[in-house]
Design a protein around this ligand. Sequence first.
Ligand code: HEC
Length: 234
Amino acid sequence: MSAWGVVKTVFFTGLTLAFFFVIWIYNPFAHKETYELPEDVTKIIEDPKAALEGRNLFKQNCASCHSVRYDGMYLLSVETKPEWEKILKTMGRPIIEKKEGKVQVKGYYLPRDVYEAVALQDLENLKASFGKVPPDLSTIYLARGPGYLYQFILDPQKVLPGTSMPKLFFPEYDKEAPQKVAKIVAYLRSVSEPPPSEKAKRTVMGVVTVGYFVIMGVILWFYRKRLLEKMGLH
Ligand code: HEC
């Protein structure tokens, strides 16, 4: 390769690397806002046991307005419909859970269109009361992150002024309130994250995919002359 060739290669490689660095690692154009998250709260959010307690807290405090379809959690008013069990079993996909080595059905996942058709009246009622259908929270953790969720659930108006989401926890009267909110965030996190076995599978998939491209690249590099000759280009 000529000196000029080397300069060109270095220049374009550098440009490509800089581009992906900006897009993936340090993006100065991305909107960033930080929400305070005390350290003990972070610990609770990452604790799988807290997530289990958070599930109950969610059912008591939030399931009157919000569903978490990925976890088989639906509006309480929908779950009291007489035909509900049948709909779940005929239209739903079982959500499997391993508990002490035993496989159990934890609930049923319903496709969004089916759920919304069944829950239409309930969702309309909520919309009439709050101006907006409270969103399904299956992936809200991925969208908003722990800091936002913790602060928002503690005090919705502070984070999203004018929102119709009510304040449900009052640290002034309930000393446990911050921990309860943290447990709910832990629950939302546990729902949005795939189980460890699934995560491991994805990592292996990623490594195999990248490995394939590297090996193919090396093979092509070694055989480039012969390939070009075959194509009549050399
Ligand atoms: C009385 C109904 C009601 C209850 C109970 C309720 N919410 Fe909401 N929630 C809403 C409404 C309405 C919205 C949409 C607000 C908006 O977009 O302004 C909302 C929005 C949200 C959002 C989305 C915020 C965003 O940035 O998009 C989250 C997260 C949330 N609620 C969490 C919870 C949790 C956790 C609980 C239980 C502790 C809960 N909600 C209980 C009505 C409710």
